[in-house]
Ligand binder design. Structure first.
Ligand code: B12
Ligand code: SF4
Length: 377
């Protein structure tokens, strides 16, 4: 049966209500056609090699540019956003404490992929039931950071926010501390107006604060210099010239969000599953460096930290311990760091051993560069 416009208008409103009940803060609907500027931007980014070792960004370029091939028959994308910022974690203070570990705020609790996917599936089931009541079939697929989809581009086109100079999707009432997810559907739902205005103005705070100068220009991020890439995606040695700039950031980085004035309007999450596990919001580097592989696997079960893998985990903490040794931390903290590093000096991994050697050489070296929001270290 063909659906009427009023059926679809009503269903779109129901989708917003269901999404809110499922813990999403906002939902917007767009068509599949992408503004060519997004594709041009992606192509330039790939041509410049800014994706580094993230080969999946290059090999699946065509699926990103032509989403019709990803979900044949789909005509609409419902983009959703979910806040993840946990209250009272004092991120800026933590960045100035060289003996503590800084982990991206998104990674403190349960893996968002799992949580959001379940919610998306529930939303899809509700839509399918509503379509069935209208004697209509419903073909759909759900994604959260799990497929070659230009998520920020669609979120922008469905009115959820604008793309900021730091390349984050920003929202006037929520800042940028949220995840984005999508439901591709073949239902002819009404389309929402895109966010056409960019509200960054002349502000360049995010570009200026980046500890590793990863922005080549506004809206241009060379991922190879981004601490998020270096600590999570890359399995290679961290370039020596960037190590001292990383401070105590051992898993991802948030400086370009922490500094953004729009994040004054960010809301904290009410998802208890995003609450910090294993005191990851206030823990000493040496405690994390002590985890053996079994502990790492056990403590990161259902957490996004698993993605880095144990060797990268140790590599990242070794760099942060090296930065502690070059900081104004107490002599006691430094001696504990040296003991911890020496304790792993003969470990199996050449990658980790090399980072440990580098770290030990930093003892009382003058701090070479300022490092973003941890600058006064
Ligand atoms: C690869 C990737 C990374 C890479 C590269 C980041 C990047 N900027 O590209 C690395 C590992 C560095 C990374 C880091 C982070 N990521 Co990431 N990442 C992705 C992923 C998988 C793909 C992004 C992508 O397509 N990059 C390609 C380049 C070309 O895209 P882009 O720079 O964003 O440019 C696009 C638009 O901005 C647009 N554009 C840019 N300028 C302009 C100008 C105009 C006029 C127009 C029209 C368009 C336009 O064109 C491009 C195509 O749309 C997405 C999930 C997904 N499937 O989309 C998550 C995603 C972007 N990441 C996310 C997060 C949370 C992060 C981190 C905050 C994690 C952390 N704390 O460490 C950091 C933030 C760093 C940053 N400033 O971007 C969220 C962002 C949520 C949000 N509010 O924006 C996403 C959407 C995951 C999710 N589902 O929630 N990430
Ligand atoms: S501030 Fe941090 S997250 Fe943002 S681009 Fe620079 S290194 Fe990456």
């Amino acid at each position: 049966m063909t659906t009427s416009k009023s059926d679809m208008d009503q269903l779109a409103q129901q989708i917003r209500d269901w999404a809110a009940q499922l813990g999403f803060q906002q939902a917007g609907i767009s068509a599949l056609d992408l503004d060519q500027q997004h594709i041009q931007h992606l192509d330039r980014w790939l041509d410049d090699g800014f994706h580094g070792d993230m080969e999946y960004m290059a090999t699946r370029r065509d699926l990103r540019a032509e989403p019709q091939t990803l979900v044949p028959g789909a005509t609409r994308i419902i983009s959703l956003r979910m806040d993840y910022l946990v209250g009272d974690t004092q991120p800026v203070k933590l960045l100035k404490e060289p003996d503590k570990a800084y982990l991206s705020r998104y990674a403190l609790g349960r893996d968002y992929h799992k949580l959001i996917r379940k919610r998306l599936q529930k939303l899809a089931d509700q839509i399918t039931a509503a379509a069935s009541a209208l004697q209509t079939e419903h073909q759909y697929r759900v994604f959260v950071d799990s497929a070659p989809v230009l998520e920020r581009a669609y979120a922008n086109q469905s009115g959820l926010g604008w793309i900021g100079k730091n390349t984050m999707l920003l929202n006037r009432t929520a800042g940028s501390w949220f995840f984005i997810a999508e439901l591709f559907t073949d239902l002819p739902l009404p389309i929402d107006p895109p966010e056409q205005k960019n509200h960054c103005g002349s502000c360049t705070a995010c570009l200026d604060i980046c500890p590793t100068d990863a922005f080549t220009n506004p809206y241009q991020l060379d991922a190879r210099r981004c601490i998020s890439y270096l600590t999570i995606e890359s399995k290679a040695p961290i370039p020596v010239e960037l190590r001292s700039k990383m401070g105590n950031r051992i898993f991802g980085c948030d400086d370009c969000q922490l500094i953004c004035p729009w994040n004054r309007f960010a809301k904290t999450t009410s998802e208890t599953d995003f609450s910090p596990r294993h005191q990851l919001d206030n823990i000493k580097l040496i405690q994390l460096f002590e985890w053996n592989k079994q502990q790492f696997l056990k403590n990161t079960e259902g957490s996004p930290i698993r993605r880095a893998g144990y060797q990268s985990w140790l590599r990242n903490i070794a760099v942060a311990l090296g930065n502690l040794l070059a900081s104004n931390a107490s002599e006691q903290d430094k001696q504990q760091a040296i003991d911890a590093l020496k304790g792993r000096q003969n470990c199996d991994s050449e990658l980790v051993r090399e980072h440990i050697e580098w770290a030990l050489q930093q003892y009382n070296q003058p701090s070479k560069t300022a490092s973003g929001l941890g600058e006064s270290q």
